[in-house]
Ligand binder design. Structure first.
Ligand SMILES: *Cc1c(COP(=O)(O)O)cnc(C)c1O
Length: 415
């Protein structure tokens, strides 16, 4: 990444694009092309040599476009700009968050390897880790936000004696209750579980707070991974995923992406470029509104418990992690309605403004019921462990006027 002087939000309007090379078009045009013409056969040969890593780049040599499964100008620009927010050397965009997560894990895991992961994770990730990877000969070990460094090490040694993980995966904050795992602790774990100078890679699913309010690379993570369908896309009009991190790791992931064909299409990249321009104002506004909505819920007599990162008590160990690694409480709220599933459903069915839908991080506010929707596939015992009760409702706060949202919540709770 070029660490130039400007703030990330300013770089989103300029980095990597020159209007004078595109007839003065202020916005990067959309490159709907599957393939790219070489100037000469020699140029084609040179691009392929670089693409397959057959030789190092000569001094001043620039890699060009070959084929849109490998690279495309819209994909390239979106990746350059996303990397800025996380302070990563490079980024890779994928056709969905699951494409990013699965491509990344398949890049670095092979049969006989051990993966350790911090639960809860997104339902699709949970399924991929527990039902797909084991079929490929990968062993899996789970920990939660309640485990500390020594607890994880001791249990790992008991379950998998003398085994060293190849990869550590976490999702922070956890979905839907916002449980926090200390990234720095995971980094120490990775160092401690190194063998023969080989350190397990550490990846953090940063979808809920990133790339604005949490920077995993700063705390020792190797890769920050995203469902860009959520805040990064931010308008519920596309599916995308991304990985950000060290250049050599992203190059390896892009290599696997070329063969799985899981890259993002040019049109979605173009939409992402638009979205990155408003990322900061959207996320800041959504977080400010969420604070008002959460404050209102906390005082409501029909609400039992509010899971919101802004309400952590001073003596809560989660608060120490929050103060260290999170720059905002974000805009995700989960709360328990008195009266279990029946009361939660009555609430959801009476909302007028909130859309009853899964997904999150968009301009419009959304509400859903984790126990029967996003987390229905999670084992009942795990649901209990993670606090996903029958009365739990999850809200994603959009950019609307918060007073209107509060009014809608009040009338639905009253009903
Ligand atoms: C939505 C989501 C995913 C999956 O992303 P898709 O874009 O739907 O494939 C992964 N992780 C988290 C935290 C998510 O919220």
């Amino acid at each position: 990444m070029r660490r130039n002087e400007k703030h990330p939000e300013s770089q989103m309007l300029s980095l990597g694009y020159q209007a004078d090379k595109h007839l003065g078009a202020v916005k990067c045009p959309l490159f709907l092309t599957s393939t790219f013409a070489f100037k000469t056969a020699e140029e084609g040969k040179a691009f392929f040599e670089l693409a397959y890593g057959l030789r190092e780049k000569a001094k001043g040599e620039e890699m060009g476009m070959i084929y849109s499964r490998v690279d495309n100008p819209n994909l390239h620009l979106a990746e350059q700009r996303l990397a800025v927010w996380d302070g990563g050397e490079d980024a890779a965009f994928f056709s969905s968050g699951m494409a990013a997560i699965s491509t990344m894990l398949l890049t670095f895991l092979k049969p006989g390897d051990l993966l350790i992961y911090g639960a809860p994770v997104y339902g699709g990730t949970d399924h991929f880790i527990n039902h797909v990877l084991p079929d490929f000969g990968v062993d899996v070990f789970q920990f939660t936000a309640k485990d500390d460094f020594n607890g994880i090490k001791n249990r790992l040694e008991k379950d998998y004696p003398h085994r060293y993980p190849a990869f550590i995966f976490t999702e922070i904050p956890g979905n839907p209750t916002n449980a926090l795992i200390d990234i720095e602790m995971c980094n120490r774990l990775a160092t401690d579980l190194s063998r023969d100078g080989k350190r397990p890679l550490l990846a953090v699913d940063n979808t809920f707070l990133g790339p604005l309010f949490q920077h995993p690379l700063k705390w020792g993570a190797d890769i920050s991974v995203y469902s860009a369908t959520k805040f990064i896309g931010g308008h519920s009009d596309l599916l995308a995923g991304a990985c950000v991190g060290r250049g050599d790791l992203i190059t390896k992931i892009k290599g696997m992406r070329t063969f799985l064909g899981s890259m993002l299409d040019p049109h979605s990249c173009w939409l992402i470029l638009r979205s990155l321009e408003t990322l900061k104002i959207r996320m800041e506004r959504q977080a400010a509104s969420a604070q008002k909505v959460a404050g209102h819920l906390k005082d409501h007599p029909l609400v039992e418990k509010v899971h919101y990162l802004g309400f952590l008590a001073d003596d809560d160990p989660q608060k120490v992690i929050f103060d260290k690694q999170c720059l905002s409480a974000g805009s995700m709220i989960a709360f328990e309605v008195n009266g279990g599933e029946q009361a939660a459903f009555a609430f959801l069915n009476h909302l007028h403004h909130f859309k009853l839908a899964v997904s999150l991080g968009s301009t419009e506010s959304l509400a859903e019921h984790p126990a029967t929707m996003t987390h229905v596939d999670v084992m009942a015992s795990d649901r209990q462990l993670f606090g996903i009760t029958d009365g739990l409702v999850r809200l994603s706060i959009g950019v609307e006027e918060p007073e209107d949202l509060i009014e809608d919540i009040d009338q639905a709770l009253a009903a």
